[in-house]
Design a protein around this ligand. Structure first.
Ligand code: GDP
Length: 404
């Protein structure tokens, strides 16, 4: 009998223990295991922590609000700790782009194709012992192949011929100095290449970006936002390229990375109304610059003129445009020049952005396009990276071409 009672007691105890485990594990189930010691990407900072990322150690495990263990019917009076503010917010982390000064110097290696074709090619030819007519013709061909353009090539060759004659004997250093000087003259050192974004009497500055689709227009608008943010300005983006489905998303992604708001409209909507709203919101938000990306459909010149003309007119109900940047793909050579001409007839271009200079041996296009439009190259694209857009500096450019 005693054994029976003992067996019953043991069975009851075992059942009770097992039951407790089940209940316990049921209670615990909804609670995820403590997070592993990995960066927490579910809890972005509350405010854009510009310049103080160090405050948020990336390797410190954190838990989201749902994961925080709350005392299960714990004793009254036990304060539930307020989750830190940075667990509640949804703002994405803001990047701070690298400063823009000297970017071209840093990116000089990207010009290596142009460097070999143009700078080094010319130096090698000029170093020949006898500079006969054939050699001068080769020099001319080198310049033309690099897309310098017929007239500038002729000017450069004439000046070089004259100066080499005067020089008599030529050391490599003398030749390099001479070529540097003449190329600089061709590119132009006395032009104002700043992107105009700070009108004296009002805010925001308004910049319109135009160009044929595929030239890198939207990417360039996004990169330009980074250039401005890197230089301490605040920016609103206007996604007025409503014809290319992905363009607005693309631009918004660029903007979010640097904390710039993007104004967009319905797909295939009216570009002019998006541009108008972008400036309106930029004014209301009190930002420094509004950048407007436009559609670049070269269907017909009249169509383009109507479209861009309308965007311009509507924006100018707020204030005049401070800058109209034409984006040109440097790899398209003569075709790019034809595009440039069409756009210049449609809107007053105030600056040129030459993209994809990293993918071409035709760095001479800088000279040709400035001549063609009488407008300076202000920025150059030297790669697909976020900070591969550089303010154009003639000295750094020519130095990169001929090697220091
Ligand atoms: P859009 O149609 O003119 O707006 O062209 P996108 O901005 O979409 O750019 C077209 C392609 O060109 C993208 O793959 C860009 O990454 C690329 N791109 C833009 N600028 C440069 C540049 O300076 N160098 C290189 N290598 N690619 C570029």
């Amino acid at each position: 009998m005693e054994t029976v009672i003992l067996a019953v007691v043991i069975a009851v105890v075992v059942l009770a223990v097992l039951g407790g485990l089940v209940v316990g594990s049921r209670r615990k189930k909804p609670l995820p295991p403590p997070p592993p010691a990995a960066p927490d990407i579910t809890a972005p900072p509350a405010e854009p922590h510009v310049g103080d990322e160090a405050e948020t150690p990336r390797d410190e495990p954190r838990r989201t609000i749902e994961e925080v263990d709350l005392p299960d019917g714990g004793p009254a009076g036990v304060a539930v700790e307020e989750p830190p503010a940075d667990l509640l917010a949804e703002a994405p982390e803001i990047e701070i782009p690298e400063p823009t000064a000297g970017r071209l110097v840093r990116l000089r290696a990207r010009l290596s194709r142009s460097q070999n074709a143009l700078g080094k090619g010319l130096l090698t030819l000029l170093s020949r012992e006898h500079l006969d007519d054939d050699t001068w013709e080769e020099i001319e061909d080198t310049l033309l192949t690099a897309d310098v353009g017929v007239l500038p090539t002729q000017e450069l060759v004439d000046r070089l011929r004259e100066r080499v004659k005067v020089l008599g004997t030529r050391t490599p250093e003398e030749l390099r100095a001479l070529l540097r000087e003449e190329l600089l003259k061709l590119v132009g050192t006395d032009v104002d290449r700043t992107v105009k974004t700070e009108p004296e009497d009002r805010k925001p500055g308004i910049v319109m970006v135009v160009g044929v689709n595929g030239t890198g227009k939207t990417t360039t608008t996004g990169k330009l936002a980074r250039v401005l943010v890197a230089d301490g300005r605040t920016v609103v983006l206007g996604a007025a390229d409503t014809f290319r489905a992905a363009a607005a998303d693309q631009l918004q992604t660029w903007g979010e990375r640097v904390g710039a708001h993007t104004v967009r409209g319905p797909e295939a909507g009216d570009p002019a109304s998006v541009a108008f709203d972008a400036v309106k919101e930029g004014k209301e938000m009190g930002v420094d610059v509004v950048l407007i990306d436009t559609a670049g459909r070269l269907h017909t010149k009249t169509g383009l003129m109507d479209e861009l003309g309308k965007v311009k007119r509507v924006v100018e109900k707020h204030a005049p445009l401070d800058e109209v940047l034409l984006v040109l793909d440097a790899t398209t050579g003569q075709n790019g020049l034809v595009q440039a001409r069409v756009f210049a007839e449609v809107v007053d271009i105030t600056g040129i952005v030459l993209t994809k200079l990293d993918g071409t041996a035709k760095g001479g296009i800088v000279v040709a396009v400035q001549r063609e439009l009488g407008v300076p190259v202000k920025l150059v694209g030297l790669g697909e990276g976020a900070d591969d857009l550089a303010p154009f500096e003639p000295e750094a450019f020519v130095d990169a071409l001929i090697g220091e």
